[in-house]
Design a protein around this ligand. Sequence first.
Ligand SMILES: Cc1cc2nc3c(=O)[nH]c(=O)nc-3n(C[C@H](O)[C@H](O)[C@H](O)COP(=O)(O)O)c2cc1C
Length: 335
Amino acid sequence: MKTAITEMFGIKHPIIQGGMHYVGFAELASAVSNAGGLGIITGLTQRTPELLAKEIARCREMTDKPFGVNLTFLPAFTAPPYPEYIAAIREGGIKVVETAGRSPEQYMPALKAAGIKVIHKCTSVRHSLKAEQIGCDAVSVDGFECGGHPGEDDMPNMILLPRAAEELKIPFVASGGMADARSLVAALAMGAAGMNMGTRFIATKEAPVHDNVKKALVAASELDTRLVMRALRNTERVLKNKAVDRLMEIEREKGAGLKIADIHDQVAGAYPKVMIDGDLDAGAWSCGMVVGLIKDVPTVKELIDRIMADAELIIRERLIGFLDGTGPAQPARVA
Ligand SMILES: Cc1cc2nc3c(=O)[nH]c(=O)nc-3n(C[C@H](O)[C@H](O)[C@H](O)COP(=O)(O)O)c2cc1C
């Protein structure tokens, strides 16, 4: 399948693995790139630029295919040294950066001077247009369904994607709620040139996270995510657990007066405890509604091959069947 995104990033399939804190290590990024997608290392999971340089080198040993690095600009007590992270990315020969959170405007000259393509992940048409205007090469349009930070507009992809298609000149991928061939074909139908998946890629053999996390994703339904930190305008979609129940209790008590310090115990330092130690209740951790569509833990290659084979079945049999009046008796297999 050839789209503006496969051409732009030099990849075989229009599938990107979004940056994920304590998940996006070299093991997952290289597996996605080796399977023909675009794997992404999560920059800030590496505590220093030097460690990021090492992770890039480690990934380079695991794949000769293109892979990218995610740089997230979220509110933090102390801002990470972004220029040094960008230097590590440049010196590591990385040609694609996924930015997210606040606008990457300030860092665009440094990224562009290094010949890096920038795909900015954002949750609204206006932020997508801003990304286009400041010189981003593509956008990852992240709907309300997504795991992580869905923004404050609550706009699901069924509306957001066609709106993005109406306004944007640069290519975009659909992000949030993407799990399988149905997601990919629907995203293409709505004007996207590919898809970005987060949660689905955690439930793969190569994702370097504790088995408890993968089991929890297979067991959860689409009803099991919650939105937290709304009052802080830093909304995050997370998997419901004991810590999230407590966090929401505190949110109810404090109302609009909630401060980040009030929920420190439920959010700070949760990721390594969950992802590495498998302590699922250690705190709030991101998870998309798409968890309701995750039924197995395949290898990344099995997942991507299945998506591409099923996409072909949906397009050639189901959709063309409707046009020809020979629609399949059974819906196309879309596991
Ligand atoms: C556990 C987890 C951690 C994430 N961490 C980050 C992150 O550090 N930076 C970022 O830009 N996005 C992060 N995301 C968002 C993903 O990159 C992606 O945009 C999102 O998961 C897409 O929605 P989906 O989960 O429905 O596929 C995270 C998502 C998950 C599930």
